[in-house]
Design a protein around this ligand. Structure first.
Ligand code: PEP
Ligand code: MN
Length: 336
């Protein structure tokens, strides 16, 4: 970190600042120019509050040289993280397809979708039991019963399951869940992230609706700082001024994240676009851009789905798409 001081710095204030910085275990290298003085800080600056420094009377500007996330940072962990989930792995050159309905609706529904997505090549079954809905009057999910039905589908098909946690109090229900999803709305629920950091379950962390990539990585850091390094990042579209799609899929987040972090990156084309017909082009684009996998909403009767029917593809369309995804990944993987 570099601090540029204002001209004619008050010596007393400077002494206060240097005392404060050394109390953070930082070495200070001072460069005195003819007009201004620059302090170079050497050491772990991740706990230093930049805004606080910038607000000081004697400080002109502050620049961070190193990112404030360490565990998620590729600089300190050059190899890709590979996460084992059931018999499959996420990351490290593999391509994972997670698929299933937005929400678990009945035993028949989840078990039949699970069977068909498995036959088409999905390796993880998705299904929401706790649903974060904009309206309190909309279907809120089958909650604990939904998790039981997912476990039943897992026992029948052998597919590992992913489902969303909305609150810390639900954690005991997740013992037999293979991947815990943190939804976009909870990306900055720091108490939840800290608690998940104490578990040993893989966590799929979705990017918040208005979160920057750095904020996503800082949220991943919360989980990792607690000791759980099994974090999978998910880009699911962000809010922009564009209204043609439900959200705007930030495809460039894939190469940005690949450069900044070693964690696997999964794309959710369903929530990103909100339109079933756009799931295929965005899925293929995600493969081409270097994603490690996709999470896709599939429903046997989208028109009567209790949630997100408009963006859900049918098992038949998924079957065709899954084959195309694997064909394209076979070509693309040689290029990365
Ligand atoms: C979901 O996966 O069903 C979901 C609600 O996702 P998001 O948090 O991305 O909106
Ligand atoms: Mn959904």
């Amino acid at each position: 970190m570099i601090i540029v001081l204002k001209q004619n710095t008050d010596e007393k204030q400077l002494a206060h600042l240097t005392d404060w910085l050394t109390s953070h275990d930082l070495d200070i290298q001072t460069i005195k120019g003819s007009h201004s003085t620059v302090l170079g800080l050497v050491g772990d600056t991740s706990s230093v509050d930049i805004e606080l420094l910038e607000a000081l009377d004697i400080v002109e500007s502050v620049k961070r040289i190193q990112e404030p996330y360490k565990k998620a940072n590729r600089k300190f962990h050059p190899d890709d993280t590979v996460i084992k989930v059931g018999d499959t792995t996420v990351g490290g050159g593999t391509f994972t397809i997670m698929a299933g309905p937005c929400s678990v609706e009945s035993e028949e529904q989840i078990c039949s979708i699970a069977q068909s997505v498995k036959e088409s090549g999905a390796t993880v079954l998705r299904g929401g039991a706790f649903k974060p809905r904009t309206s309190p009057y909309a279907f809120q999910g089958l909650r604990a019963d939904g998790i039981d039905l997912l476990i039943e589908a897992k026992e029948k098909t052998g597919l590992p399951i992913i489902t969303e946690i909305m609150d810390l109090s639900q954690l005991p229900l997740f013992d037999n869940v293979d991947i815990i999803q943190v939804g976009a709305r909870n990306m900055q629920n720091f108490e939840l992230l800290k608690a998940l950091g104490k578990t040993d379950k893989p966590i799929l962390l979705k990017r918040g609706l208005a979160a920057t990539i750095s904020e996503l990585l800082m949220s991943a850091e919360y989980i990792m700082a607690g000791g759980n390094e099994k974090v999978i990042l998910c880009e699911r579209g962000i809010r922009t001024f564009e209204t043609a799609t439900r959200n705007t899929l930030d495809l460039s987040a894939i190469p940005v994240l690949k450069e900044k972090t070693h964690l696997p990156v999964i794309i959710d084309p369903s929530h990103a676009t909100g339109i079933a017909a756009m799931v295929k082009p965005m899925s293929l684009a995600a493969v081409a851009a270097g994603a490690d996998g996709l999470i896709i909403e599939v429903h046997n009767d989208p028109r009567h789905a209790k949630c997100d029917g408009a963006q859900s593809i049918t098992p038949d369309s998924f079957d065709t798409l899954a084959k195309q995804i694997h064909t394209l990944h076979g070509i693309v993987k040689e290029m990365y």
